[in-house]
Design a protein around this ligand. Sequence first.
Ligand SMILES: C[S@@+](CC[C@H](N)C(=O)[O-])C[C@H]1O[C@@H](n2cnc3c(N)ncnc32)[C@H](O)[C@@H]1O
Length: 224
Amino acid sequence: MAKNKLRKFAEINSFSNVIQPQSHHTISHFEYKGVWRNRFFRNNNPILLEIGCGKGEYSLGLAKAFPGKNFIGIDIKGDRIWKGARDALDQGLHNVAFLRIQAQHIGTFFGKHEVAGIWLTFPDPQERKTREKKRLTSPWFLQRYQQILAPGSPIHLKTDNRNLYEYTIAVIKEERHILECQTDDLYGGNQIDEPVVTSIQTYYEKKFLEERRPIHYLKFFLDE
Ligand SMILES: C[S@@+](CC[C@H](N)C(=O)[O-])C[C@H]1O[C@@H](n2cnc3c(N)ncnc32)[C@H](O)[C@@H]1O
């Protein structure tokens, strides 16, 4: 493994804002499940997630924009989380943390109705039909989100991938969820009236914008 990656893995173990649980198989009860606000953040503010957060730009941007909310960036890759966590520590941001897990096991780590919103920022599109279940907006994943989301909590999707965008719209319709807004060209089409949708850009988003790829955005709610 590259020296730099090894250094990040060693350093991340000492970060107070990174939780790297043991394998979900060996966890009988995760210590923060259902009590993230009181036990981890030590406040009573709502908890929002960014799933597949990569280097954490969105989680940090949201934490700065909404100091009265708590944000948790989730990703499986430690060296990517390291960047967001390092920046948050350097900037003294106490309302953002990072959880290194496979999103499939999210129900092990959050209690019923514990989460007040989810951001999916440029998830891997998993285009092969055999990988459908792995798409972060598949019915299988939406069922997992339903277990932890409080009623009336939004899910936001940003993607450059037309197929994932259209697939997600089809899933929302088929499963009778509620699509609040959609655009297939976030920076060229209709304006979205939530400033953070365009004011925060991730590493991948910047790359796609440089390549002049249109960015697609959806906001929806799960049927209760
Ligand atoms: C294309 S990158 C996007 C990263 C970041 N959101 C951005 O826009 O720059 C997708 C990220 O999702 C993470 N990821 C993919 N599937 C995941 C899963 N099932 N559980 C946790 N993380 C996952 C990858 O490790 C990667 O960092």
